[in-house]
Design a protein around this ligand. Structure first.
Ligand code: HEC
Length: 152
């Protein structure tokens, strides 16, 4: 192989590696949100995302209900039990709650105690720091159109 051919080949594999690197970020649905945050906030967002892991067993952010719980898309500012296409329990519908950081904190700390008779089978998140990070994350990802994708 000539030296020129070797050089071309090296450049070509370099370009390929760069493309692969760029596209590794393509699949992260939170890319746009993370890019808009400063580093401490991005770290907080990531901690909240980790804390939210168990939620996606029963919820999604797609806006269409495919799991046992309602979609959390558009959660902030919405009255409890009014997620589209979801048949919520009478208990949560009658609670009078409108979701914001304070009402979510009370509910997620103790779902059964704060809204007796609701159907969310989850023991509650008692760690105040983890809860604050979770709410920070939820506030961003539940905003319609904020994410690049719909996963989870
Ligand atoms: C085992 C399944 C399950 C898990 C895990 C779970 N949920 Fe739920 N969640 C539900 C169900 C079912 C409901 C509907 C309750 C009702 O109608 O009484 C619900 C309701 C809610 C609501 C009220 C929604 C509305 O529109 O009024 C919020 C908010 C919520 N969950 C957030 C969370 C978060 C955040 C997590 C993780 C920390 C979580 N849930 C974990 C099953 C679950």
């Amino acid at each position: 192989m000539t030296r020129r051919a070797m050089r071309i080949r090296r450049v070509r594999s370099g370009v390929l590696a760069l493309l692969l690197l760029v596209c590794a970020g393509c699949s992260d649905p939170d890319r746009a949100i993370l890019a808009s945050l400063d580093e401490p906030s991005a770290a907080r967002f990531r901690r909240g995302r980790d804390a939210a892991g168990p939620c996606w067993v029963c919820h999604d952010l797609a806006g269409t209900v495919k799991k046992v719980g309602p979609s959390l898309l558009g959660l902030y500012g919405r009255p409890a039990g009014r997620a589209p296409d979801y048949n919520a329990s009478p208990a949560i519908r009658a609670s009078g709650i409108v979701w914001d950081d304070a009402t979510l904190a009370a509910f997620l700390t103790d779902p059964a105690g704060s809204v007796p008779g609701n159907r969310m089978v989850y023991p509650g998140l008692r760690d105040a720091a983890a809860l604050a990070d979770l709410l920070f994350y939820l506030r961003h990802v539940t905003r319609p159109g904020a994410r690049d994708g719909v996963a989870p």
